[in-house]
Design a protein around this ligand. Structure first.
Ligand code: GTP
Ligand code: IMP
Ligand code: MG
Length: 340
């Protein structure tokens, strides 16, 4: 397998955390590295009934045998990171690139008080936008200047490239999603950085020629938090009737829910250079398939959806998630079945 990038194909919250965790247990990487923006992300992983939400450390942490790295491109809030490290008791495995830019209290205050960011854009209030702006102005401090981070400092890019030289498996995880990319999303209702696979590779210091697989994660019913266009959005009543309401991991805000968007999925897969697609929430399409492990045991409704979606996107759907639990998944990567 070598290197696998995992990114969000819609507006974030597609369930990347769960997909990363599954791929980690299946492929046994030596390193799981995080790219993406910063602690605005919230990944949820459910393992044996226990629910974990992480914002800074890679969501693959539930797989115990990989080193957990944060790439130089990521904005680090030391308080969030240190509390997560303590919470999951993972001090030995975590490494932070010494070049990561640091989010300070002033960035958080500005993010929450600036009416443009907090109201017009509907930011997460985690300081990411203002810190990214200061990074571009070259006024941020780096991880190497924060005493509490000293035990974790490393050259993440060098570690990852050395692992690839040694033909080890590495997972590079993104955060957020295609629709809120600073470049390709619905500007200005976007986050403060690109969110596509190329950006994730750059964030962790791996060149484009060294990427083996790019898995784009979609959900059957896309969601969006914060402001901005959402072409396939449904009414709150419709979402309630279908029992598919969701709430944000970081902000607790209700997520806006929409119908499957084939046009956006195809465009997103194209710009991400997807080699495979993971789809979550098949159980939301048909509750009868909750927890199903075999493709053949899926209902006709779900199989029909998958066949059509695969045709629309033009990329094999290899990871089919049938519930929030880690074990609730069908993994077709070996067969690379193309059901279309
Ligand atoms: P960001 O990096 O913040 O974009 O997050 P994310 O992509 O890791 O997703 P997040 O955890 O914020 O939201 C996904 C939600 O869907 C979580 O509550 C998961 O537990 C849940 N989930 C994941 N896969 C499935 C699935 O197949 N079915 C159902 N019903 N829920 C799922
Ligand atoms: P910011 O990244 O906090 O500046 O927020 C900018 C926009 O991106 C807002 O609409 C947020 O709701 C959205 N956003 C940021 N991070 C996430 C995420 O992890 N999931 C979903 N939406 C996000
Ligand atoms: Mg999330």
């Amino acid at each position: 397998m070598g290197s696998t990038i995992i990114v969000g194909g819609f507006f974030g919250d597609e369930g990347k955390g769960k997909i990363v965790a599954h791929v980690a247990f299946a492929d046994k990487p030596t390193i799981i590295a995080r790219g993406g923006i910063g602690p605005n992300a919230g990944h949820t992983i459910e393992v044996r009934g226990q629910k974990f939400g992480v914002r800074m450390i890679p969501s693959g942490f539930v797989y115990a045998n990989a080193r957990l790295l944060i790439g130089a491109g990521v904005l680090v809030d030391p308080r969030v990171l240190l509390s997560e490290i303590e919470l999951v008791d993972e001090a030995k495995r975590v490494g932070v690139d010494h070049r990561c830019a640091i989010i300070e209290q002033k960035h958080i205050t500005l993010d929450k008080e600036d009416p443009h960011l907090s109201r017009t854009i509907g930011s997460t209030g985690t300081g990411c936008g203002p810190a990214a702006a200061d990074r571009a102005r070259r006024t941020t401090i780096q991880a190497s200047e924060v005493q509490e981070l000293a035990p974790f400092l490393t050259d993440a890019a060098a570690e990852i490239n050395q692992a690839l030289n040694a033909e080890e498996n590495v997972i590079l995880e993104g955060s957020q999603g295609f629709g809120i990319s600073l470049y390709y999303g619905f500007f200005p209702y976007v986050t403060s950085k690109d969110t596509t696979a190329s950006q994730i590779a750059a964030d962790v210091g791996v060149g484009p020629t060294r990427i083996d697989e790019t898995i784009v994660v979609f959900k059957t019913f896309p969601t969006r938090v914060g402001e901005g266009p959402f072409e396939t959005q449904m009414s709150e009543e419709e979402a309630k009737k279908l029992q598919i309401e969701e709430f944000g991991t970081v902000t607790g805000r209700p997520r806006r829910i929409g119908w499957w968007d084939p046009k956006m999925a195809a465009y997103s897969a194209m710009i991400n250079g997807a080699t495979q697609v993971a789809i979550t929430g098949l159980d939301k399409l048909d509750p009868n398939v909750r927890g199903v492990h075999e493709y053949d045991d899926l209902s006709t409704k779900v199989k029909t959806f998958l066949r059509q979606a695969e045709e629309e996107v033009g990329v094999p759907f290899t990871l089919l998630s049938t519930g929030p639990e880690l074990a609730e998944i069908i993994d077709l990567r070996e067969e690379k079945l193309y059901h279309a």
